[in-house]
Design a protein around this ligand. Structure first.
Ligand SMILES: Cc1cc2nc3c(=O)[nH]c(=O)nc-3n(C[C@H](O)[C@H](O)[C@H](O)COP(=O)(O)OP(=O)(O)OC[C@H]3O[C@@H](n4cnc5c(N)ncnc54)[C@H](O)[C@@H]3O)c2cc1C
Length: 244
């Protein structure tokens, strides 16, 4: 059984970042994902990264996230395609005008480059904008977008360079809690195999085991260890009961 200080389940933006930052602190880390590393929601996002949020706490958090993105390559040694063209939000209903004004006021209070601009100024920035009916526009000069796959992949690679063990195609079946602490996670074996333990075969191109005896799904075009048979589980155990 392998032992780690910390087992991170899921290698999207959140999990990969967590693995990197803990590995950087000297923890032994395992980063598990039931699919390939950084292959699910995070790489499919639009990559829009704005400062202004509904609350002050969220706005501060987003601002810190943007600073992290600006420093990403320095911090991780990994590339990131990252642009800061700014963003605009337009209100066409009276109730949205109040929201835009509140958010700009919040941004200004926090020292961000938030401003209200006229629809004509907005059009000068984006000639395709239809200004008819626009009642208010906010402009955030330093809002960004990025190529979203690079963030989780970069964090995962950087974590690996720091000694973290990446375990793709490792579905967590159970988190074992003993005396109030997570002590163990039970996973499927990471061995890639095409035959079910009960002796039946996958039908290629089918999403289910051919025998009908195994109920679990199988990802298309990928030989995997998905949970069609829970009997072949492996275990990964944290070395220290206080971590999970
Ligand atoms: C179409 C779209 C556009 C978006 N655009 C933006 C945007 O512009 N800006 C923005 O900030 N956000 C955007 N988002 C939201 C953003 O993508 C998500 O908030 C973010 O990716 C969530 O990251 P995550 O790490 O929680 O999830 P994921 O990237 O999904 O990672 C979770 C991982 O956990 C793994 N996992 C789950 N269960 C198990 C298990 N039992 N064992 C092992 N592994 C497991 C999964 O395989 C997966 O890889 C968008 C989302 C979508 C869908």
């Amino acid at each position: 059984m392998q032992r780690f200080d910390v087992i991170v389940i899921g290698s999207g933006a959140f999990g990969s970042s967590t693995a990197f930052h803990l590995a950087k602190q000297g923890k032994s880390v395992a980063l598990l994902d039931k699919a390939d590393i950084a292959s699910q929601t995070s790489p499919r996002a639009a990559g829009l990264t704005g400062h202004l949020r509904q609350t002050e706490a969220m706005t501060r958090l987003s601002t810190e996230a943007l600073r992290k993105i600006e420093r990403f390559s320095d911090e991780t040694g990994e590339p990131i395609e990252f642009y800061q063209p700014g963003s605009m939000s337009c209100a066409r209903r009276l109730e949205d005008v109040a929201v835009i004004r509140e958010r700009v006021a919040l941004g200004q209070r926090l020292g961000l480059s938030a401003e209200l601009i006229s629809p004509e100024e907005a059009r000068a920035k984006n000639p395709f904008l239809e200004t008819k009916g626009i009642l208010a526009v906010s402009y955030m000069k330093r809002d960004a977008y990025l190529e979203p796959a690079q963030l989780p992949l970069g964090y995962a690679r950087a974590a690996e360079k720091l000694g973290a063990v990446l375990m793709p195609n490792t579905r967590v079946l159970e988190i074992v809690v003993e005396n109030g602490s997570a002590t163990r996670v039970v996973t499927k074996s990471r061995r890639i195999r095409r035959r079910c333990d009960r002796g039946c075969s996958w039908r290629m191109g089918s999403s289910r085991c051919g025998s009908g005896r195994c109920a679990g799904p199988r990802r298309a075009n990928a030989p995997s260890t998905d949970d069609h048979d829970a009997s072949c589980g492996g275990e990964v155990q944290p070395a220290d009961d206080t971590n999970s």
